[in-house]
Design a protein around this ligand. Structure first.
Ligand code: FES
Length: 166
């Protein structure tokens, strides 16, 4: 089946062909679903999930400055670094549960290259970061950074103390 035929068949949408080609595993997974008898509706769902990165994970390493321990975990795309830590029993506080009212989820991105690719912190995050213990040029609040593909392999230091302004 040609790409053009598949593109037209998928729910009769005007989906640009390039979208199908760029989605990770999207085309092959949609075609496989259709071929296996699941129909185009099922194929479309599989394609959409692949395009959104559903089920994909990235590698994140937490290094705790308190005790020198290090843990590398797999984190689903879209989860915050704070959620990633809590899901994997990494000691990162998060006293306000992500409502930007503390700075206890402060993490330091080890590699400047990763830091530079992250979306800029907004004013509220910067205000809280200013109060963080041991602030550095690559500091972020873990609750405000959501995992994206380009972050695969990122390493984060957890400072030896935190400042809870609540
Ligand atoms: S958990 Fe309080 S600001 Fe992130």
């Amino acid at each position: 089946m040609s790409l053009r035929t598949l593109s037209r068949a998928l729910a009769g949408t005007l989906l640009p062909l390039g979208t199908l080609q760029q989605a990770p595993g999207g085309l092959s997974s949609a075609a496989a679903a259709a071929a296996s008898g699941g129909g185009w509706r099922h194929a479309w769902r599989r394609f959409s999930a692949a395009a959104e990165g559903e089920g994909e994970t990235i590698s994140v390493t937490f290094k705790d400055e308190k005790d020198g321990s290090e843990k590398t975990v797999r984190v689903p795309l879209g989860k915050s670094l704070l959620e990633a830590a809590h899901d994997n029993e990494v000691e990162l506080e998060g006293a306000c549960e992500g409502s930007l009212a503390c700075s206890t989820c402060h993490v330091i991105v080890e590699d400047q290259e990763y830091y530079d690719k992250l979306p800029e912190p907004d004013d509220d995050e910067n205000d809280m970061l200013d109060l963080a213990f041991g602030l550095t040029d690559t500091s972020r609040l873990g609750c405000q950074v959501k995992c994206q593909r380009f972050m695969d392999g990122i390493a984060l230091r957890i400072p030896s103390a935190s400042n809870d302004q609540q």
